[in-house]
Design a protein. Structure first.
Length: 254
């Protein structure tokens, strides 16, 4: 039986741009006519929901021109390989993230580090949910591709990659200049089940490969000309990106 997508889980945030909430993580559909760019794909357990979100905006899986990956954590690439293998959908990302997506190495919070932080509010319920959603599954992308050239990509929405390393080495945000949107992935989020705050922020320290580098990467977002931030976790944030970055820095300093 096809998955039925709850109305509240997909939000039409701007002309032809949709933010979809999966299992504590988000993905973005950028539609252009009968085709689309899909930015991230949720956990492995979100596969049917990804397909349902496409159907809800009038698209079939084969209409996805490419999957763009912010970073290769399981909660962002969960359905990517199934889309690639079933429909031939290219899966694109920063060159430094390609070996990570192939699982030549894994820059993801370890079970040991999660257990060491289990005393923190929200960590254990989040961990149980993550495991049930496929957070520890082996889901490499067999043929990940680096961006073909610098600058805007020849895809629906003309997304511009913004390399924001620290969460992972090859983490990228995506600027949609025509829509005034920044898809920030995990470089800048607005909420998380393990965070006690809301609004623009970095994820808790345990999730970053290099926390100081992640903090420094916020500078790469400051001058992005957008007034809507679509994060990897949490609701959308309206307002200048520079202001969102400033708030994230303030939270990180506490």
């Amino acid at each position: 039986m096809p998955y039925v997508l709850p109305d509240d889980d997909i939000v039409h945030v701007r002309d032809q741009v949709y933010l979809v909430t999966g299992s504590n993580t988000n993905w973005v559909i950028v539609k252009e006519g009968n085709s689309a760019t899909l930015i991230d794909t949720g956990y492995p357990g979100d596969h049917d929901k990804v397909l349902a979100s496409l159907a809800s905006v009038g698209l079939a899986p084969g209409d996805v021109t490419a999957v763009l990956v912010t970073h290769a954590h399981n909660d962002h690439i969960g359905a990517a390989e199934r889309l690639r293998s079933a429909h031939g959908t290219p899966v694109l990302m920063h060159a430094e993230e390609v070996p990570h997506a192939r699982r030549e190495f894994l820059q993801q919070v370890s079970v040991g580090r999660v257990l060491a932080n289990a005393w923190r509010p929200g960590v254990l319920p989040w961990a149980v949910h993550a495991v049930r959603s496929g957070g520890t599954a082996h889901v490499p992308v067999a043929e990940p591709r680096p961006f073909p050239a610098p600058g805007p990509l020849d895809l629906p929405g003309a997304p511009v990659p913004v390399h924001t390393p620290g969460h992972t080495d090859g983490h990228c945000a995506y600027h949609l200049p025509g829509a005034g949107v920044l898809v920030s992935g995990d470089a800048l989020v607005t909420a998380h089940p393990t965070s006690r705050t809301s609004g623009p922020q970095l994820l808790p320290d345990m999730f970053h490969t290099d926390r100081e580098r992640a903090l420094g990467a916020l500078a790469r977002l400051e001058d992005v000309d957008a007034d809507l931030v679509l994060p990897g976790h949490g609701p959308s944030h309206r307002g200048a990106v520079r202001e969102a970055v400033s708030r994230a820095r303030e939270q990180a300093a506490r």
